[in-house]
Ligand binder design. Sequence first.
Ligand code: PRP
Ligand code: ZN
Length: 300
Amino acid sequence: MEYSEQRIKIAVQKSGRLTDHSIDLLERCGLKVTRSKDKLICYGENMPIDLLLVRDDDIPGLVSDDVCDLGIVGLNVVEEKRLKLEQEGSKGMFKHIFELEFGQCRLSIAAPENVQYDGPDSLENTIIATSYVSLLTDYLTKNSITAEVVFLSGAVEIAPKLGRADFICDLVSSGNTLRANALREVAVLLESEAVVIQTLAPLGDEKQALVDKIIQRLDGVLKVHDSKYIMLHAPRSALPQIRALLPGSEVPTVMPLEGNDDKVAIHAVCRENVFWETLENLKAAGASSLLVLPVEKMLA
Ligand code: PRP
Ligand code: ZN
């Protein structure tokens, strides 16, 4: 394919928690791409829009440097980059357009279970490991805390066990990683979710019109929400765990199963798409006979 400068380039996380949702969202905006996880570029088949699959940490830089016109990335990554540039005395060449209502997580400080924490003062003169040096440094400065910030690019949660840090500052979503490492969340620095960012570089009329169209469609997709009706059977005892796994659901309907006192049928409306991964997690939690249906109309 001949590469034209008139094509819109959107930076998307290559593989991680935002990947499927990001591509799914763009497809719901009418974009058809050939998905290929090992390729750097996915070409749009029906619109002059291509996806660049990259590491999430690189997305703000790619948009800022005008390599990509738009990016879909966690606010945590955007804010870390923005602060880093600010601390270096430069300005990020990207603007934050809007929230995409998925990829919710928070950047938090976590302490080993046996270590006391009575507020930010407990961090004084300690060592804190993180991949989010700028956001953590900013938090410490605002709270007038002096602490040593150690940068680790990954596996931050094992730093206390290895004796490399007293506390960690990392992303928490389900909390499973913290629990598995005998850590507990003690302070939230930032609430995050996936956002769209756009380059500040002028795009030219044709490209800007296409970007505006995509943004308008994204907005439309988000307003409708991709609700699903999910039905499953589960042991009564697994009910709390199953409820926690249902994406964006309200109180589910729980019904007895004829001739089986230990099992119940659960029906719930999920206000988010239900991915295979969610179904697999539900199955692992004890669910069976899983069925997912699209919701056509709803009247609350
Ligand atoms: C984050 C973080 C933890 C994990 C927490 O990494 O570093 O390892 O997720 O999630 P949990 O609370 O659901 O267990 P992520 O997978 O986002 O990868 P990245 O930081 O390398 O982008
Ligand atoms: Zn990352």
